[in-house]
Every structure is written in structure tokens, then in C-alpha cells.
Ligand binder design. Structure first.
Ligand code: FES
Length: 106
């Protein structure tokens, strides 16, 4: 496994308190912006086949799945409410020259 930084979007494309789905190599990723900071997690919910980028950011930086309303901590990927039990993957993010770069493993 090697780490690889991939340009995923321009910083402007990630809305405050919103989501953006991006494809980085084979990985479908959801970008978020919380208090100006960009975060990245896997896009697919760990409970079922739902896209977290279609979910809703609720209090304290949680993303609520649109299908069964389970939720995850965007910063850590931790599953915090039922029916979600398995954490989701988080990806390191850096902003360079107005572009969002996500670190994936290949
Ligand atoms: Fe996300 Fe069920 S698919 S909570």
C-alpha cells in the first residue's frame, strides 16, 4: 500500500455545512466543510447502500444518513447513532492553491 494525494475538487466547490461527492481513483468520497475546514470520509454508509453526500449535516459535525438516519462523526468516522455500528473511513485532506487534495492508499 502506498499513499497518494489526489486533487479532488476546488475548495470553493465544498459548501459550508454541506457535502460534495467526489471520485478519487477507485474511492467514492464525501467531502464536507465544517467551520471552514474540509474533511473527507468514504461516501457509502457502513449500514447499507446509501450515499452520505445525500445526507444532512446535523449538530456537532455529524452526518446523518439519508436512508435510515444513522449518523457518523465527520471528523473521526465514528458511528454515533443506530442503526450504524461500524465506523466509516476518513481520509487526510490538505488544501493547496485553492484545491482540495485527499490522501488515499493504493
Ligand atoms: Fe445508512 Fe442504513 S444505510 S443508516
Amino acid at each position: 500500500m502506498t499513499e497518494k494525494w489526489i486533487e479532488a475538487a476546488t475548495s470553493d466547490e465544498v459548501p459550508e455545512q454541506g457535502t460534495l461527492q467526489v471520485q478519487c481513483a477507485q474511492n467514492l468520497i464525501c467531502l464536507y466543510r465544517l467551520d471552514g475546514q474540509v474533511y473527507a470520509t468514504q461516501d457509502e454508509c457502513s449500514h447499507g447502500s446509501a450515499s452520505l453526500s445525500e445526507g444532512f449535516i446535523v449538530e456537532d459535525g455529524l452526518i446523518e444518513c439519508p436512508l435510515h438516519q444513522g449518523s457518523f462523526d465527520i471528523r473521526t468516522g465514528k458511528a454515533v447513532s443506530v442503526p450504524c455500528k461500524d465506523d466509516i473511513r476518513v481520509y487526510p485532506v490538505k488544501i493547496q492553491d485553492g484545491k482540495v487534495h485527499v490522501c488515499i492508499e493504493e
